[in-house]
Design a binder for this molecule. Structure first.
Ligand code: ADP
Ligand code: MG
Length: 310
């Protein structure tokens, strides 16, 4: 009987990387990526995302900590751990004088996939490269080269697929078809980890999102929980008289007096109606001279977390 699949596709404990020269790119990162998810690893440029991925890929040596891929410790069996993941790197890294078919066959050979078990044609068709199978890679567009990278990552049918900024500089059409394909793989059981600095992309695709900044993990939550944090607006009410304290009717709303004529009322649109706040203002007897609302989004939460960690 095959062993049960692990609960977590990825388990990182205290992962730290200090590059030669002293740059600490990862600082004590502990993180679980549950099996079966589309997991987003978010962070601004330079946050340490590629460093993390490259440690798993065996391209960067970690300084401290441990990492398990599909239950396999990279220090115990680096080869088996690498076999459990397919990595789509951030940079195009293949020889432009090979064809997609040759590149996939070479990759399959590297991973010890016997010729009879290779799925070259199937994978090329799945990423929309069937008609380019025999074209020199140098003749392919940037988007098509990226598809080749995705195809290469899949030759050994890994249970975990990691995409490092796969849509940076990629046109919308490819983005859509790439995501459709990633969703399809995920629906069939592949755990997908995707790094990006596009929040919208993560919001659209991911079940769970971790955020790193300056090498530190600053959030790790379900998308819904992160978005619940985003369920926050602010009503800014300029009033027509000077106050020294928040009117009693607005205290239950957690209103603050930011200036003698400026009331700021935070609220969750899902729980509080703007009209309830306005009703409370009317009840207090002060007149409204001006009014605006401010909406937060994932961007705000992100900036807030990133600022806290700085
Ligand atoms: P991200 O992928 O989130 O943009 P990286 O992991 O590429 O971030 O980089 C994290 C930090 O480590 C950055 O400050 C980057 O300049 C630095 N860095 C990355 N690779 C190296 C390297 N080979 N040598 C020294 N510093 C590096
Ligand atoms: Mg990167």
């Amino acid at each position: 009987m095959p062993p049960l699949p692990p609960e977590n596709a990825l388990e990182l404990r205290g992962l730290t990387k200090v590059y030669a020269g002293g740059k600490k790119a990862l600082d004590n990162v502990s993180l679980d990526v549950p099996r079966g998810m589309i997991f987003g690893l978010l962070g601004p440029n330079g946050a340490g995302k590629s460093t993390l991925i490259n440690i798993l890929a065996g391209l960067v040596n970690k300084t401290a900590g441990s990492a398990k891929v599909w239950g396999i410790d990279i220090d115990v069996d680096a080869r088996a751990a690498r076999g459990a993941i397919g990595i789509v790197p951030q940079e195009i890294n293949f020889d432009p004088f090979f064809t997609p078919r040759e590149l996939l066959e070479l990759q399959a050979g590297l991973y010890g996939v016997p010729p009879a078990e290779r799925r070259t044609a199937e994978i090329l068709a799945a990423v929309g490269l069937a008609d380019k199978a025999n074209a020199y890679a140098r003749s392919l567009s940037g988007g098509m080269r990226r598809r080749v990278l995705v195809a290469k990552a899949l030759v050994h049918t890994p249970p975990v697929l990691i995409l490092d900024e796969p849509t940076a500089g990629v046109d919308i059409e490819l983005r859509q078809s790439l995501w459709a394909y990633v969703r399809q793989l995920n629906a069939k059981g592949t755990t997908v980890i995707l790094t990006t600095h596009y929040l919208q992309e993560a919001e659209e695709l991911c079940d769970r999102i971790a955020i790193i900044n300056h090498g530190k993990l600053v959030a790790d939550d379900s998308k819904d929980a992160l978005l619940a944090r985003v369920d926050a607006k602010e009503m800014r009410i300029t009033i027509d008289c000077d106050l020294t304290e928040v009117p009693a009717s607005l205290i239950p709303f957690g209103a603050k007096l930011e200036a003698s004529r400026l009331l700021v009322v935070p609220y969750r649109p899902s729980a509080t109606k703007a009209s309830d706040i306005l009703g409370a203002v009317a009840q207090s007897g002060v007149g409204i001279a001006d009014l605006s609302t401010r909406e937060s989004d994932l961007e705000d939460v992100f900036l807030q977390l990133v600022r806290q960690a700085a």
